[in-house]
Design a protein around this ligand. Structure first.
Ligand code: KG4
Ligand code: ZN
Length: 342
């Protein structure tokens, strides 16, 4: 429980390929959450097809909101505010969720809150199901590692809603690297879970893939690693040898995790934090979670798997803190397809 004013938030998320809505109390207690995934629809393209995503959000948004309110046994009148992801994300997708939120907020006379999707991933660390004992709340200053399909960055948070970017990827995001390497290895979309699964049967020491440590910075780079995997695949193919998919997946995954883990630990030490948050789709990766959960130096907050990949509960959590701290928006706000946290 926070010491901020109580509030119930309805949140909507449509930044990429999930149409989602959630009802959350006091920034933490999740009453209802619905995620309609379009994953199967995009799998045949090997990635998210923006036009298809936007169209599908239009079809799903009303049923998803209705289902969420029905599961909560509530109406829009029971909410204190309506939140929606404003960015970053696909323009045609964002516009569907933000406009739905505007319509609901205007119709019911509720405040509107535009939420940064990345902020949502970080605030997923506050979530718990309403009927569960709340996990410990992150205590500031907090170091947040955000690893998703579009972003990989380390942010220092001295207090709620403040972000000091310590470093970010110079090229591919961690999730993007998983997705691209999956494609190289002939594994299905989305790449993260399929690489993880293939890696379970593989030897992480089979291939010595490079680690871009970028010493003296907290930046990341994964494109060299991806290229190293590509070169190895090409070399084996030219020699007419089979691709050892499991060994390659395991060796690639180990290289990504090692860099993410070590650099986060180093940043946490340097900045004297006690608490680390790991959020974003890649935080669903079991070996990455295990690396953080098995160390004893810091208190690590990693949300349960269902809150790692895109959902609206996390948008409601970030939306709650924005609302409680007085950051509501006017109806004139527009989507922000590019919206850095800091
Ligand atoms: O946060 P998210 O759902 O969407 C974005 O905001 O981008 O993250 C999606 C990314 C994808 O690149 C996906 O491959 C990756 O998260 N991902 C994983 C795992 N589950 C999802 N990466 C590694 N291991 C996983 N288990
Ligand atoms: Zn996301």
């Amino acid at each position: 429980m926070t010491d901020l004013k109580p509030a119930r938030i309805l949140a909507i998320e449509t930044s990429c390929d999930e149409t989602a809505a959630a009802v959350l109390e006091n920034g933490r207690a999740l009453i209802a959450s619905t995620v309609a995934s379009q994953m199967d629809m995009h799998a045949r393209y090997g990635g998210v097809f923006p036009e298809v995503a936007a169209r599908q959000h239009v079809l799903s948004i009303v049923p998803v909101i209705e289902e969420t309110l029905a599961k909560a046994h509530m109406t829009i009148g029971d909410m204190d505010a309506v939140a929606a992801t404003r960015g970053p994300g696909l323009a045609g997708a964002l516009v569907v969720g933000l406009n739905a939120a505007k319509g609901l907020a205007m119709g019911a006379g509720k405040p509107l809150i535009g939420v940064n999707h990345l902020e949502g991933h970080i605030y997923s660390a506050w979530l718990h199901a309403a009927d569960e004992v709340p996990p410990p709340e992150p205590e500031f200053p907090v170091l947040a590692l955000l690893v998703s399909g579009g972003h990989s960055e380390l942010n220092l948070m001295e207090s709620h809603l403040t972000y000091k970017r310590l470093g970010a990827t110079l090229d591919d995001a961690a999730g993007e690297a998983f997705d691209k390497v999956a494609r190289l290895l002939g594994l299905p979309y989305p790449g993260g879970p399929s690489v993880q699964k293939a890696a379970e049967e593989g030897d992480p020491a089979a291939f010595k893939f490079p680690r871009a440590w970028l010493e003296g910075t907290y930046n990341f780079s994964f494109s060299g690693l991806k290229t190293a995997v590509l070169k190895e695949v090409k070399r084996l193919e030219s020699e007419g040898k089979p691709i050892p998919v499991a060994d390659m997946a395991a060796s690639f995954q180990k290289a990504v995790i090692e860099v993410l883990f070590e650099k986060t630990m180093q940043a946490a030490r340097e900045h004297g934090v006690k608490d680390i948050i790991v959020g974003g789709g890649v935080s669903a990766n079991t070996p990455l979670r295990n690396a953080f959960l098995s160390q004893k130096e810091f208190k690590v907050h990693i949300p349960p798997l269902r809150y790692c990949t895109d959902n609206a509960a996390m948008v409601a959590a970030a939306g709650y803190f924005r609302y409680a701290l007085g950051h509501t928006d006017g109806m004139e706000i527009d989507i922000l397809p590019t919206w850095p946290l800091s």
